[in-house]
Design a protein around this ligand. Structure first.
Ligand code: SAH
Length: 255
């Protein structure tokens, strides 16, 4: 029997062209693909017609397949000699539970590899014209989960983040946006700090809303921003406005 293997693969932030060459090659020779909700479906078309495609997506608050069941399937197919691609949105090791899957493969003694992907913070910010670092504005950034507001897991140190990092990018934060902004304000972050929400970043459905730490919550509700979306907080959000106004000026000069 041929030796099976597991590739834990990052599919990138949404635009199917933002996957790596290495990841695409693994999709092309996969026997089984276990893919998540945020993976662009177009990427599955690169697999062979004989490849088994299994959806393991989780919508926020719901689990179509529990993590344990996904890991079991991954191990079973690999043990049976298949090349298994575990295809995940963004990067597998950034809020993707890829670390748990690597541990499961290693514990089972199955050959595995991890192929990085462009995480949504990097992809969506670039696409929205927000540089996460910018000379004179931001020398550091942090990626943070917004879903730990309710006491599960290790708590996010909003007190430290309010002052210790120039740009904050918050994943899974839309439903807790009011609470997140409230925490940062409580720890003394300036309500005038620029803030943005990027919905469906890098895709044709991308929408960006900008405001301030004090206003972004109401703007998000008014614009009905929903998942997947990222919150970016920091002076760098102003660069987007600058880029847009320069582009507009050039267009009006040409037109
Ligand atoms: N491993 C993924 C993150 C998974 S957590 C990565 O590296 O990007 C899921 C969260 O990622 C979503 O709640 C949202 O905050 C963010 N996200 C994923 N894709 C996104 C996109 N195209 N636009 C905006 N946010 C996105």
């Amino acid at each position: 029997m041929k030796q099976g293997s597991i590739s834990i693969v990052g599919a990138g932030p949404g635009d199917p062209e933002l996957i790596t060459v290495k990841a695409l090659r693994r999709i092309q020779c996969a026997d089984v693909i276990l893919y998540d909700r945020l993976v662009n479906d177009e990427l599955l078309a690169y697999a062979t017609s004989g490849c088994l495609r299994i959806y393991c997506g989780k919508a926020p608050g719901q689990h179509s397949m529990p993590q344990e069941a996904t890991e079991q399937l991954m191990l079973q197919y690999a043990a049976a000699g298949c090349h298994v691609v575990r295809l995940k949105g963004g990067d597998p090791f950034v809020f993707g539970r890829g670390g748990e899957e690597a541990l499961a493969a290693a514990a089972a003694g199955i050959p595995y590899e991890v192929i990085p992907g462009i995480t949504s913070a990097i992809g969506a910010a670039a696409s929205a014209g927000i540089p996460l670092t910018h000379r004179g504005l931001a020398a550091s950034f942090a990626v943070v989960t917004g879903s730990r507001c309710h006491g599960e897991g290790s708590p996010v140190r909003w007190d430290a983040l309010a002052h210790g990092v120039d740009t904050l990018v918050i994943y899974m934060g839309v439903s807790g946006l009011g609470e997140i902004c409230g925490q940062l304000l409580k720890y003394g972050k300036d309500p005038q700090t620029p803030a943005a929400l990027i919905e469906n970043g890098t895709t044709v459905r991308e929408r960006t809303v900008t405001g301030t730490l004090g206003t972004i919550d109401k703007l998000a509700a008014a614009m009905k921003i929903s998942n997947p979306a990222l919150i970016v907080i920091g002076e760098v959000v102003k660069v987007r406005e600058e880029l847009l106004s320069l582009e507009q000026m050039i267009r009006s000069q040409i037109g």
